[in-house]
Design a protein around this ligand. Structure first.
Ligand code: URP
Ligand code: ZN
Length: 464
């Protein structure tokens, strides 16, 4: 069995930083301590380096088919990008099917897309559309059979959105069955009305995208979801990609009222980018995503909530890349026709470390909690994933905390042709990434192999 010992590292967990050694035996961490002696193991000196759990991104959209376009990262290029950026596990959100099919249809489709291609371990969130009583039962059956213990609902998305009646029924079903419901929260009536009005007025440049999806439309849906979850018996809802200070106020109200079983996710882009990205009529297409980028004051409010704790649980990416050269151009003369989404899986750890930890906004343990441990807990992967513990998978990242670099698409592995973070100066450099004991990336070179990633049957969420 392959043994590796990482010596003298500054090991970061969700609660502390301490200096020590980590012994990897095969695919798992065997032990952690001081002066571990194991002469038959390969030795890696990590003095002055950080050792983190491999990051867990619980919101990606690899190979997402949105009808007008298909996300340009498939499960191979997308997970190569992930691992080079320090993410060793993804939980991918499925696309809607283009017709009314069983829930199992998309599960099979996603195995076809991911199995044999992914280079990191991966799980799936199921997708809910055109709900009926049979599908409520099917959610439970698939959870048992496949370990798909979270099912995504959209409060806006044309015919595929889940209305309040079915959202309530889904939440009640989830509460009975011990499943989590990630929800895209935006008020559909507001968004569709504003989009139609901007269209009729010929206001079709990217700068009208954020105006058609105001922060209040998100906050209203967050509030409604939280009320429905409470009415369903404090059901385990999970708010995906929270982007606005106004939404945080709704989260705060629910937390203070004693609602316990819900989770909140934000994403890198709502921390590090603003709606200034829409000022340019051409480049603005790169940042068309839903919810849209917000004001600087929203970013500050989200950082402050992360620093304070108790409000937001995870930082994910909503990685959903479309090429600027071709795919994003579908929206050149009408922002409403632009495929929504942007890359982010490769950028997340670097940006959050640099903008968050190096700039003193959050601590190192907080970063590990939001990027690794809490996502693993909420989505039934802990302690196999998201932790540096004996018996956990040896998914590990070694980082130089002080190195400087400029982020640029030319150094990246995504199949996308741009990054929203082009040109920003980053502190910190990822040196080595291990996936289940195997070196998968070294100094920004992919060293793993196609298909090494394993499907993850997930267990019970910490929200239950
Ligand atoms: O703009 C976003 N969030 N794109 C991701 C794909 C989706 O449908 O959620
Ligand atoms: Zn998404």
């Amino acid at each position: 069995m392959n043994k590796i010992i990482i010596k003298n590292a500054n090991i970061v967990t969700e609660s502390e930083v301490f200096t020590g050694d980590v012994l990897i035996n095969g695919e798992v961490i065997e032990c952690i301590g001081r002066n571990i002696d194991c002469p038959d193991a390969e030795q890696i000196d990590a003095s002055g380096r950080l050792l983190l759990p491999g990051a867990v991104d619980v919101h990606t959209h690899m190979d997402l088919d949105v009808g007008i376009a298909r996300a340009c990262d498939d499960f191979y290029s997308g997970t190569v990008a992930a691992v080079c950026g320090g993410t060793t596990t993804i939980v991918d959100h499925m696309a809607f099917a283009h017709e009314d099919v069983s829930l199992m249809h998309q599960v099979e489709e996603y195995h076809r897309l991911a199995d044999g291609n992914a280079v990191t371990d991966y799980g799936f969130h199921g997708v809910l559309q055109l709900m009926n009583d049979d599908k409520l039962a099917e959610m439970r059956a698939i959870a048992e059979r496949e370990g798909i213990t979270s099912w995504k609902a959209y409060m806006t998305y044309g015919a595929n959105m889940t209305d309040d009646e079915w959202l309530f029924k889904v939440l009640r079903n989830a509460n009975e069955a011990g499943l989590v419901i990630p929800v895209h929260c935006e008020n559909d009536a507001v968004v569709e009305t504003l989009k139609a009005e901007f269209g009729a007025a010929g206001k079709l440049q990217p700068r009208f995208h954020p105006l058609s999806r105001p922060a209040g439309a998100e906050a209203e849906a967050v509030s409604r979801l939280l009320h429905l979850a409470r009415l369903a018996g404090d059901a385990p809802a999970y708010i995906v990609h929270l982007s606005a200070a106004e939404s945080l106020k709704e989260v705060s109200k629910a937390r203070h009222a004693g609602q316990k079983h819900f989770g909140v996710e934000t994403c890198t882009q709502y921390l590090a980018l603003t709606d200034a990205a829409y000022d340019d009529d051409s480049e603005g297409l790169k940042a068309i995503m839903s919810p849209p980028l917000r004001r600087d004051s929203d970013c500050s409010a989200i950082w402050a909530a992360l620093a304070k704790g108790g409000m937001i649980d995870t930082i994910a990416t909503d990685h959903c890349p479309f090429t600027f050269g071709e795919q994003k151009q579908l929206g050149r003369s009408d922002f409403r026709k632009c495929p929504n989404g942007a890359p982010g899986v490769e950028e997340r750890l670097g940006v959050v470390y640099s903008e968050g930890v190096a700039k003193g906004r959050i601590s190192l343990p907080q970063m590990v909690k939001y990027l690794c441990t809490e996502p693993a807990r909420i989505f039934g992967l802990y302690p196999k994933k998201g932790a540096v513990l004996p018996g956990s998978d040896a998914d590990l990242v070694i980082m130089d905390p002080d190195a400087k670099r400029i982020m640029s698409i030319k150094d990246m592995h995504t199949a996308c042709d741009y990054t929203c973070y082009e040109g920003i100066e980053l502190t910190g450099r990822i040196e080595k990434v291990f996936v289940r004991g195997r070196l998968a990336a070294e100094n920004n070179e992919f060293t793993g192999s196609r298909g090494y990633g394993q499907y993850l049957r997930r267990g019970v969420s910490s929200l239950i």
